[in-house]
Design a protein. Structure first.
Ligand code: GTP
Ligand code: MG
Length: 196
């Protein structure tokens, strides 16, 4: 029996650097950023879940499973992950943000291979230099651990996964894979880079 792997796209932040717009719905070369993330991830997983705290009816165009954080206080990405781990039926859950439109097309197989090789509970992507803590593959059974961490007032994802057996997979071979679009200027820059 093969493992089931789902993905959650995190689109639940306030996007303050984007002027408070809903970042997943901000357009980049003719389509909302969430569509870029979906295009990258769709072939790699069974189901895509979307975590959003606003505009849920628009996000429902892309997924049958759209949900907000359990706490309305914008506690950060961990809140979206905890909610997602409670929704998925999968054996493994890929977490990605809505603001990385150029994610690797081989993200899941490589994270899974790294996880298996190290017998790890969490596999985190790296760009070769920095870990990308909102890009990881994890076991949904870790929900209680993450919820306890969040409930204790902790917010930093890397501190959470440091408590578990972690594998890090480098995507240094794809230097632009984790380009992160947080501001209108970065939308402009990436538009220029992609249309040159
Ligand atoms: N569910 C959920 N996701 C969040 C929350 N805060 C940030 N995220 C998500 O985490 C990812 C990375 O966060 P940022 O790039 O800092 O996004 P952000 O917090 O919306 O943006 P800024 O307000 O400009 O920092 C994005 O996919 C966000 O949607 C939150 O409170 N809840
Ligand atoms: Mg960001």
């Amino acid at each position: 029996m093969s493992l089931r792997i789902d993905a959650v796209i995190l689109a639940g932040g306030q996007a303050r650097r984007m002027g408070g717009q809903d970042k997943g719905l901000v357009e980049l070369i003719g389509k909302p950023m969430i569509e870029h993330a979906i295009d990258r991830i769709r072939p790699q997983v069974k189901e895509i879940l979307i975590n959003a705290n606003r505009n849920q009816s628009r996000y429902a165009l892309y997924s049958d499973t759209v949900f907000g954080d359990d706490d309305s206080g914008f506690l950060g990405p961990l809140a979206g992950m905890v909610a997602a781990m409670g929704k998925t039926q999968a054996d493994l859950l890929l977490v990605v943000p809505c603001d990385c439109p150029c994610l690797p097309t081989d993200l899941v197989p490589r994270l899974k291979a790294a996880m298996d090789a190290a017998d790890a509970d969490v596999a985190v992507a790296s760009d070769g230099e920095y870990e990308q803590p909102v890009v990881m593959l994890l076991k949904p059974s870790l929900r209680d651990s993450m919820k306890a961490f969040l409930d204790a007032g902790e917010r930093k994802i890397d501190f959470w996964y440091a408590k578990h057996k972690v594998a890090v997979e480098s995507f240094a071979d794809q230097p632009n894979a984790f380009v992160n679009v947080n501001t209108p200027e970065q939308v402009e820059q990436l538009t220029q880079a992609l249309t040159q």
